[in-house]
Structure formats: C-alpha cells, structure tokens
Design a protein around this ligand. Structure first.
Ligand code: PLP
Length: 417
C-alpha cells in the first residue's frame, strides 16, 4: 500500500474539529445502546445544524413556489432559490447560467444521456466508461447505446485500482464520441487525474462527463479548471439534503440540447401549435423544483466553505492514514483500492467472513459501515468478490471512532471464525 501524502500540520491543528463535529446533531445519538460511529458518508453525508436550520427557516417563514407568483412570499422564494444557484456556482467556480439544479448525480447523468447523447450518437459511435463507475454512470449510457446503436468500451484498472491510463488512451479511437468517468471512485477512493484525462479527450474531440459525487464533498473542486464538458454532483453527500444536486455543462453544449422533461418553468411560450423552450438552465428544470432542498444545499456549500475545503481534504487524509495503519492489525483483512491518490474510502474484506455478517455485527456495536456491491457490480466482479464492507470517512469522524471500528473488527472476526 502506498503511503498517503503527509498532511500539512497547520491544516489540521488550526481548526477545532471537535467543535465542528458538535454541529452535527445525529452524531450525538446512540445505536443499540452504543455511541453511533457513522462511517458511511460515501453513501450519504450527515447534516450540520446550519443546513437543518436553513431548510426549516425557509419552510416555516418563506415557503412559496418559485418564478410564478408576484406576491411577497413568491419573490422571497425565487430570490432564495436563485441565490442558492449563485452560491453553488461560486462554490464550484462555474457560471450560474450553466448550472442546472436537479435531484442529484443520477438525474444529472441521465440528463446528459437523454439530451446530449441520444440525439447525437449513431451506429458506429462509441462511449468509453471505466471499470470503477457507479451504476448511475453506466446504465444511462447502456440505455443510450441500445437506442442509438453505439457501443460501449471499458477502460480497465491496475491491481491497485488506478485507471490504466495507457490503456485508456488506446481506447480513445476516432469513433469515440463521449468519455464518462468518476472524479473519485465510491468503492476504491481512487482520485482520477481529471485534467489530464479531459485534456487527452479534448485533443481527440471527445466530449467528457465527470461524475463528481465523491469529489465535491471532500476536496476543493474548481470545475472550470478541470477542462471537462459536463460535471455532475449530488447534494446529500456534501452535507446537503437528499434530492438535491446539479449538472454543470458548457453553455454552448447546453444551448444545443433539447429538454429532457417537459412542463412548467422550462418554457417561454406554449401554444397548441408548438412551444418555445426556455434558455438553459431553466430549460432543464421542468416543474416545481426542490426549493427548500437547494436552499439547504447552498447553506451546506457556504458552511463547507467556512470550514475550508482544503482543510477538510487534509483532515480526511489524516484520518485515512490513521485508518490504514490501524487496519493492518486485523488478521486476514484485505483492502480493495490502494491508489497513490486516494480519498478516505476503505473497502475491505476479512478472509473467511461475509461482508453482510461483518456489517450486521458492527451495527450491533453502533458502527455504521456499508456492505454489498456499492452500486458497482462490474468492479466487484473484476475483483472476483461478491461483496465488501466499506468504511467511508468524513472530516467529522475522529481517530477514536476509527479505533472503535478496528477494535470491533477484532471482536466480530473472532465471533465469525
Ligand atoms: N456516482 C457515484 C460515484 C456515487 O457514489 C453515487 C452515490 O452513491 C452516485 C453516482 C449516485 O448519486 P445519487 O444517488 O445521489 O444520484
């Protein structure tokens, strides 16, 4: 296993992480009579009080629909919702009129699939994906391929779980129109070299779609600097409410795309003879959006900004190093994914035990980890395993919680073997 990069001391010592953790009410609770140890943040992240308050404040005092009513509450709601778009655009360093708000990465990737890829691809064209993709970045492309006659090619991994870049470059042949890949793997934690990949794709005229679900919550992400064409993210993994997130797309691409869903808000004029669609991003936001949710998501982005994404990344690297060292004491434990650049996601198995049994017994100790295939069947099949356990860390975790996981693993291993 390669050693993680050393953490700059000032990044971890200047911040009172205990005070930050104290802002997450759920982390105070007990489970099965034990203090909750929440190690499932790659699945969904916990929410600080500031986010809970923002949602409640809007719902209690400003609730109205957006972009429709001229009354005071309607204006307040529209202002707050569009203000949320501006905050999120600043957080990702993109233009606000290039940011489509939607229910999360799954919606965002389907939007690109149906509005960008479906009208363009034809038999003979190819889509390139990678072995480490979440199902949300596989299945929409399969649906497009079935309907257009395009084919799908898969970029493979090294045994450490890094992308085999030479292999990827070889796949980028003239018939490839689109390359879709994760910024950070939800199973392996691998951080992909997004800029380099997008640069190579752009040289060949290939459109790039980046799944940023596991990157945006854990590191500074300057989308404009990445050189991609589309970037998808999901709110509930970045301290925001469920059912929130977005798609950033280059203006010239969004402008050419037909709507994905039809309804209110996405039109300029509707007559029975024909409809004039709104400009992006509204063109892709049919119907009443998740107003309170996106106001909460903007509060999450502002709150994360206040802590500092660089400090969050450094803190999580520190916790990852602690976990990697502590887990070596557990006999028979294998970690899947040891990339040189890796986020704090640790998928593991213990020889002779089943992941679901491990996770069930850990739960009785108050420790929440995920077990199963992590919405990544092709990746698990490649490793030749039917399931793993996954401990995914966030800045609000502590060394003591990691030590509790390791102590519990020693205990449950003995029970199971
Ligand atoms: N992509 C990755 C890498 C993920 O980890 C997830 C969620 O687990 C998704 C996509 C799907 O996100 P959502 O269910 O929020 O749309």
């Amino acid at each position: 296993m390669s050693a993680p990069a050393p953490t700059p001391p000032e990044a971890t010592t200047a911040i009172d992480w205990a005070a930050i953790r104290a802002q997450f009410p759920v982390l105070e609770r007990t489970v099965h009579g034990k203090p909750l140890v929440y190690l499932d943040s790659a699945n969904t992240g916990q929410k600080p009080q500031a986010v809970i308050d923002a949602v409640n404040e809007f719902t209690a005092h400003h609730n109205a629909n957006v972009s429709r009513a001229v009354h005071a509450l309607g204006s307040e709601a529209t202002e707050a919702y569009e203000g949320a778009r501006s905050t999120l655009a600043r957080f990702l360093n993109v233009r606000r009129d290039e940011l489509v708000l939607c229910s999360g990465t799954t919606f965002a990737l389907n939007l690109v699939a149906y509005s960008w890829a479906l009208p363009r691809l034809k038999p003979g064209d190819a889509i390139v994906l990678t072995r480490m993709e979440h199902h949300a970045n596989i299945v929409p492309w399969q649906l497009v391929a079935e309907r257009t006659g395009a084919t799908i090619k898969v970029a493979e991994l090294t045994p450490e779980g890094e992308l085999d870049l030479d292999g990827l470059w070889r796949l980028l042949t003239p018939e490839v129109r689109l390359l879709a890949f994760a910024h950070v793997s939800n199973v392996l934690g691998t951080v992909n070299p997004v800029r380099e990949i997008c640069r190579e794709a752009a040289k060949r005229g290939i459109t790039t779609v980046v799944d940023g679900s596991q990157a945006v919550p854990h590191r500074p992400v300057d989308v404009a600097a990445l050189g991609c064409d589309f970037y998808a993210f999901t709110g509930h993994k970045m301290c925001g409410p469920t059912g929130t997130g977005g798609l950033w797309g280059r203006r010239e691409l969004l402008a050419q795309m037909p709507p994905f869903l039809g309804g209110g808000e996405m039109i300029k004029e509707v007559r029975f003879e024909g409809t004039v669609f709104n400009d992006p991003p509204m063109r892709f936001e049919a119907g009443t959006p998740n107003i309170a949710g996106h106001i909460g998501l903007a509060a999450a982005a502002a709150w994360l900004d206040g802590v500092g994404m660089a400090a969050i990344e450094a803190r999580e690297q520190h916790l990852l190093a602690h976990a990697n060292a502590a887990l070596t004491t557990v006999p028979g434990l294998r970690i899947f994914g040891t990339a040189r650049e890796k986020a704090a996601v640790i998928s593991f198995a213990i020889a002779g035990t089943h992941a679901h049994d491990l996770a069930t017994l850990l739960d009785l100790e108050g420790i929440a980890v995920r077990s199963g295939q992590h919405c990544a069947h092709p990746l698990l099949a490649w490793f030749g395993v039917s399931a793993t356990c996954r401990a995914s860390l966030a800045f609000y975790n502590t060394e003591a919680e990691i030590d509790a996981l390791v102590a519990a693993l020693h205990k449950v291993r003995q029970l199971l073997l």
